[in-house]
Design a protein around this ligand. Structure first.
Ligand code: ADP
Ligand code: MG
Length: 378
């Protein structure tokens, strides 16, 4: 089905085409018309399934249709996100989809870790504000924005926001919003935590759930190595070198460990950087863009930071440390091996994690022959 079945403004459709989107993804196919009707939506679909456009397109259309154009500091559309990267990414999508429209729609991302004054100045006349909770509250406290005219609230990666401890900030923000508004909540997973927020927030929502089939990972080439903790670094270097890996995403379970792994690779002459919540905004953006463009061969990341970031179809993903939940495992390995481009996901397992790894594989209905690295020379 073509995008033209949605009654979107022709110039928005032209932008969709310019982006190379041929047809809506399943979440887009279901969400766009429901959002356009003004209904509250709970949208669940895995990372990479095109959730952003499923709310950005109807929102842009709605703004275009509005008869009055007000230029002030009263935000009409507020998109809350957990990380700065995601804010920047969504701002990019908004800008692409709103270029050359009959009237200018101003979208802007605000986030912490950079100075607040330029953001305060630039906020004037904003239509769509994409914000991390902390910085939004700072801007509100300094009267750089008003929130009582918000017509549509989007929570993107809502589960991550809750996991990152933004609950109180989010509630404070909700308190500034008018009661009458549209609420859209998008997430890759449904969790118990989400349940609480969804009941507070959503009014008679339409639930749109695109099944996150664990079997979707069936195309991915999985392999695993038994390896002692102190041999993980050498094994990683051995694999990168022997398989001539030019683009590999390495997952660790903490930022501390991500730093250590990246440092060690770098000292051994492999272009690697880490990315996690404690890094500066600049360092994170630089690492990400270098990795995407291929300048950086290895990006070492935690689960938290990688969620929602658009880096898929990678040739290699390595689980340097196992995630706790099978869901996170699926999200990690899902970064590689889409239908057309086969990818490899390699997992390091210490002996005492054997059982845990078996549980993960069982959930995925997969079996792999483990390689014992003790006997390997590297
Ligand atoms: P999610 O938020 O679900 O993780 P994104 O909105 O970030 O997914 O989209 C993932 C990728 O898919 C992006 O690169 C985006 O440009 C692309 N994409 C989105 N919608 C379509 C579509 N209809 N056709 C082709 N590519 C699309
Ligand atoms: Mg997203």
């Amino acid at each position: 089905m073509p995008f033209s079945i949605f009654k979107l403004h022709p110039s928005i459709l032209a932008n969709v085409e310019a982006l190379g989107y041929k047809e809506p993804t399943p979440i887009q196919a279901q969400a766009i018309s429901v959002v356009a009707k003004g209904r509250d939506v709970l949208g669940i679909a895995k990372t990479g399934s095109g959730k952003t456009a499923s709310f950005v397109l109807p929102i842009l259309n709605q703004i275009l249709k509005a008869s009055t154009v007000e230029r002030d500091r009263k935000v009409k559309v507020l998109i809350l996100v957990p990380t700065r990267e995601l804010a920047v990414q969504i701002e990019g999508v908004c800008k692409q989809l709103s270029s050359n429209l009959p009237r200018t729609i101003k979208s802007m991302a605000v986030y912490g870790g950079v100075s607040i004054n330029p953001q305060m100045k630039a906020l004037y006349g904003v239509d769509i504000l994409i914000a991390t909770p902390g910085r939004l509250l700072e801007l509100k406290r300094s009267n750089a924005i008003e929130l009582w005219k918000v017509e549509t609230l989007v929570l993107d990666e809502a589960d991550k926001m809750l996991n990152m401890g933004f609950k109180e900030e989010m509630e404070e923000i909700f308190g500034f919003l008018p009661d009458q508004r549209q609420n859209l909540l998008f997430s890759a997973t449904l969790s118990d935590k989400l349940d609480g927020i969804q009941r507070v927030l959503l009014q008679d929502p339409v639930l749109i759930k695109v099944e996150d089939k664990i079997e979707d990972a069936s195309l991915i080439n999985l392999s695993g190595y038994f390896v002692a903790s102190d041999r993980k670094g050498p094994l990683l270097r051995y694999l990168i070198r022997s398989q001539n890996m030019k683009q590999v995403l390495v997952f660790t379970s903490s930022g501390f460990s991500a730093d250590k792994v990246a440092d060690k690779l770098y000292k051994n002459g492999i272009e690697a950087k880490s990315i996690h919540g404690k890094k500066s905004q600049f360092a994170r953006e630089k690492a990400l863009s270098d990795f995407k463009s291929g300048v950086l061969n290895v990006l070492v990341s935690t689960d938290l930071i990688s969620r929602g970031i658009d880096i898929n179809e990678l040739p290699f993903v390595i689980n340097y440390e196992l995630p706790r939940s099978p869901k996170d495992f699926v999200h990690r390995v899902g970064r590689t091996g889409r239908a057309e481009s086969e990818g490899q996901a390699i997992t390091f397992v210490t002996r005492d994690e054997t059982h845990h790894f078996k549980v993960i594989l069982k959930k995925m209905k997969r079996y792999i022959d483990m390689v014992d690295s003790d006997t390997m020379k590297f």
